[in-house]
Design a protein around this ligand. Sequence first.
Ligand code: SF4
Ligand code: SF4
Length: 177
Amino acid sequence: MNLASQNNICIQCGLCCNGTLFNWANIEPNEVIDELFPTEIIKIDKREKSVFSLPCQFLNNCVCTIYTSESPKRPLICAKFKCKLLQKYEANQITYSESITLIKKTKELAQKNDKLINGTFPELKELSTSKKIKALKNKLEVANNQAEFRKQFGKILLSSFTFEHWRKKNFVVNQKK
Ligand code: SF4
Ligand code: SF4
């Protein structure tokens, strides 16, 4: 989440912190972590990189609660990260109101997809949108009969893959949070 400019679209969004776009955020190598950011939430992932899990515990109503303009309390990635939408907004390729409409639409699509998954797989209810989709894909991967799984849960898979495409198209850039 980037909070640098006035009229910032990020404080209406929070999608890169709340687990809709990503499961994890990276801590940079040799990064000095502020004491307000508890080091026990930092884990080492399969790639041997330091990460912390999303949704982030410091997000409150789309606002990062450990950020102030005077102090770099957030991990570096949080200050640096700019999604595709934010980059387009800062380059005046999309207006404020179009950006907010796109953010709202994304939240609606995520909620709709969450509801579909929760209805069929209640054990995934507590997971964020991104983790739910990952868990659904894992279920497909380990299914004894993948063709049958696709047939049985086609509607949910289609909705999840469509949402993934939407998320990539509108938000995800190569720089991975
Ligand atoms: S997803 Fe983009 S617009 Fe939304 S909070 Fe993150 S950087 Fe800002
Ligand atoms: S520390 Fe702040 S900016 Fe970083 S993921 Fe958490 S809520 Fe978002």
